[in-house]
Ligand binder design. Structure first.
Ligand code: ADP
Ligand code: ADP
Length: 231
């Protein structure tokens, strides 16, 4: 089956301060198979973040249909939100939060009962056990990123979305991220969706790739077919 089904998805941002409205997504049709690692590629401004933020329930679509794990966002908003976890690009976080508190609060937001929380396991996975009680303001950029990955995982979602996870990240953190992502995919069957503007990264990681430009899907194929097409 499909982890994600998107039909005729449109998003128009209202223009600010006299600017014209911006059509960020112009009728996207896209299905993402369960258990795959799927790459969304495209230049800056293509609409990748908009698409992801709609999947995450952070941005309202203008029109179209979005199903996550079979749950229509409009019909079953709670179940569709519970099925997906998103690691955002922004590293902003409350400076006086500790990683442990951030994970606990996130789990609470998703209604994970106290007895079923896997905070320690998540802290171990992201390598922050030693920093579990440290204020976020003392965490390095790399640690913050790892914490954001942890927050995306507290409710054990079926689908994990990573928005430009390696932009400006050093090779060590990048490898740690990819290792975790591959393991989640292999061992838990988690469907992974990532955005990047590095073709090479998508090539190494992804089973399938969709290229987005100007708010439209211009190509979608298995990675190996896509590469032979681009040659
Ligand atoms: P990408 O993630 O591929 O760089 P985005 O989804 O961020 O693309 O942006 C797609 C288009 O929508 C861009 O032209 C961008 O300027 C515009 N856009 C994004 N967010 C907003 C917003 N909140 N208000 C107005 N325009 C926006
Ligand atoms: P750690 O100690 O966890 O390895 P670092 O401070 O060394 O963390 O950062 C790891 C990587 O994260 C760095 O290579 C850097 O490029 C990236 N990084 C750090 N801060 C930011 C930031 N504000 N935005 C984007 N990337 C960042």
């Amino acid at each position: 089956g499909n982890a994600i089904e998107i039909e005729g998805l449109r998003k128009t941002y209202a223009g600010e301060r006299g600017e014209a409205p911006k059509e960020a997504l112009k009728g996207i049709d896209l299905t993402i198979p369960q258990g795959s690692i799927f790459g969304l590629l495209g230049p800056n401004g293509a609409g990748k973040s908009t698409l992801i933020n709609i999947l995450a329930g952070l941005v309202l679509k203008t029109s179209g249909k979005v199903k996550i794990w079979g749950f229509d966002q409009d019909v079953n908003p709670r179940q569709s939100r519970a099925s997906i976890g998103v690691m955002p690009q922004e590293l902003n976080m409350d400076p006086f939060f500790t990683p442990r508190a951030a994970l606990e609060v996130q789990a609470g937001l998703y209604g994970v009962p106290k007895g079923q929380r896997t905070t320690d396991e998540v802290l171990r996975m992201i390598g922050l056990e030693d920093k579990a009680g440290a204020y976020a303001r003392s965490l390095s950029g790399g640690m913050r990123r790892r914490l954001l990955l942890g927050k995306a995982l507290v409710h054990n979602p079926h689908v994990l979305v990573l928005d430009e996870p390696t932009a400006g990240v050093d090779i060590e953190l990048r490898q740690m991220l990819w290792q975790n992502v591959r393991r989640l995919n292999r061992e838990r069957g988690m469907t992974i969706i990532l955005t990047t503007h590095y073709l090479q990264e998508a090539e190494e990681m992804c089973d399938e790739i969709a290229i987005i430009n100007h708010g439209e899907v211009v190509v979608r194929d298995e990675t190996r077919n896509l590469l032979s097409r681009l040659d």
